[in-house]
Design a protein around this ligand. Structure first.
Ligand code: GLN
Length: 243
């Protein structure tokens, strides 16, 4: 009898332990400051704090995996990651494949060039060399509006895996402009000799993504975002990362 009670007790402890030690694998592309970047060997940024805060609310741990942006959705589909948190824009195309949370941030595209060369927005129409990150909305915009319409020869568009490489190539004069999300471009103007010469109004909204039909997780993330919006935590994070 005592033994049986003890066994039941043990089972209870283990089931409680497993409830408290759920870990979600979060996929991101960590060259997207201030949303996700590496500092002192750690993944930090607005998105990283946001998902960790939701984890605190619902008692799950977060394991971050840094993968190329265009591999995020395939990784979600094969189950290698559970959640995408990568400043990912909610688009119709992507919505066909994954399920997005409610929006948690808005952005437009920017044109980033080397500082002090007197360039302007026409840099896009002078058959210069343009850089983007593979598979991003910036990539899509340049492809649809410049390459497909004949303003930019295909060979003048370079697709990068990370924005760190793209910005380095810009500074080294291997390319002349980068089209990327405005808040990230703005951040690079603070850390590198680059400047913004134009905004492309794309009205994008960022969402986290889960595999289709993973409703329980999606609801939890939505509820988490709502709570953090209501209790001011998101505003705190904006203060922390966008000053
Ligand atoms: N918001 C852009 C997109 O979803 C870029 C995201 C990123 O590069 N991390 O395509």
């Amino acid at each position: 009898m005592v033994k049986k009670v003890f066994l039941v007790f043990l089972m209870l402890v283990f089931s409680l332990l497993s409830v408290f030690s759920v870990t979600y694998v979060v996929g991101t592309e960590a060259s997207f400051p201030p949303f996700e970047y590496v500092e002192n060997g750690k993944f930090v940024g607005f998105d990283m704090d946001l998902i960790r805060e939701i984890g605190k609310l619902y008692g799950f741990d977060v394991e971050i995996r840094d993968i190329s942006f265009d591999s995020l959705i395939p990784s979600l589909m094969t189950g290698n990651i559970d959640i995408i948190v990568a400043g990912m824009t909610i688009t119709e195309e992507r919505e066909k494949v994954v399920d997005f949370t409610i929006p948690y941030f808005s952005a437009d595209q920017s044109i980033l060039v080397r500082k002090g060369e007197g360039k302007n927005i026409s840099v896009l129409f002078e058959k210069r060399k343009i850089g983007v990150q593979t598979g991003t909305t910036g990539d899509l915009w340049v492809t649809e509006n410049l390459v497909d319409k004949g303003f930019l020869p295909k060979g003048n568009l370079t697709r990068y895996d990370t924005f760190n490489f793209a910005v380095r190539d810009l500074i080294n004069k291997n390319i002349d402009a980068i089209v990327l999300d405005n808040p990230v471009a703005q951040r690079f103007t603070k850390t590198d000799p680059v400047e913004i010469v134009g905004i492309i109004k794309t009205n994008e909204n960022y969402g986290m993504a889960v595999a289709p039909g993973n409703e329980e997780l999606l609801n939890m993330l939505n509820e988490g975002i709502r709570q953090l919006q209501e209790n001011g935590k998101i505003d705190d994070l904006i203060q922390k990362y966008f000053e």
